[in-house]
Design a protein around this ligand. Structure first.
Ligand SMILES: [Zn+2]
Length: 164
């Protein structure tokens, strides 16, 4: 989308919502060059974007569904609504960018997990447990273990205390 202020074509969507009638999408965009914000209205395409489920069935992509999944995972966690919405925006962008007009549920799930992993470990685990459908408790624990080990690596080495 061309920025009305500087003409740059690089922007990011900061907010996106359907009109009451569901016929258009209002998008709040921010120009990556001059950082000014502007609004665009897009008519919703008659051909929907689809999500390919694991069993091969296709279902219409719905922003609201992504949001509810993220909300559920982030319940009572210190994550702002804005941050959650940003994840949803990224997912939507990912789906809309698809030349085939569809993405697999797996790709979408992985994207959400990747974002949550960097924001909040609990939210990530919650989302992953629903999404990956952990078969048993041990599988769940090994995922936790894996996460914790990763964290260890990033911690600075303990400073040695020397006493005389
Ligand atoms: Zn601009």
């Amino acid at each position: 989308m061309k920025c009305p202020f500087c003409g740059s074509e690089n922007d990011k969507v900061v907010d996106s919502r359907e009109s009451k009638e569901g016929a258009s999408i209002r998008r709040r965009r921010e120009c990556l060059k001059c950082e000014k914000r502007f609004t665009t209205y897009e008519r919703i395409d008659e051909i929907p974007y689809m999500v390919v489920k694991k069993d091969g069935r296709r279902e219409k992509f719905e922003r609201q569904k992504v949001l509810s999944g993220v909300l559920r995972a982030c319940e009572k966690r210190p994550i702002s609504m804005g941050r959650m919405e940003q994840i949803v925006n990224e997912v939507e962008q990912f789906v809309v960018d698809s030349p085939e007009r569809e993405r697999t549920a797996t790709e979408i799930g992985e994207l959400i997990m990747d974002r949550l992993k960097h924001i909040d470990k609990v939210a990530y685990i919650r989302f992953a447990s629903v999404y990956r459908d952990f078969q048993d408790v041990s599988e769940f624990h090994s995922e936790l273990e894996r996460l914790n080990n990763k964290d260890e690596k990033h911690k600075p080495a303990k400073s040695k205390i020397t006493t005389r």
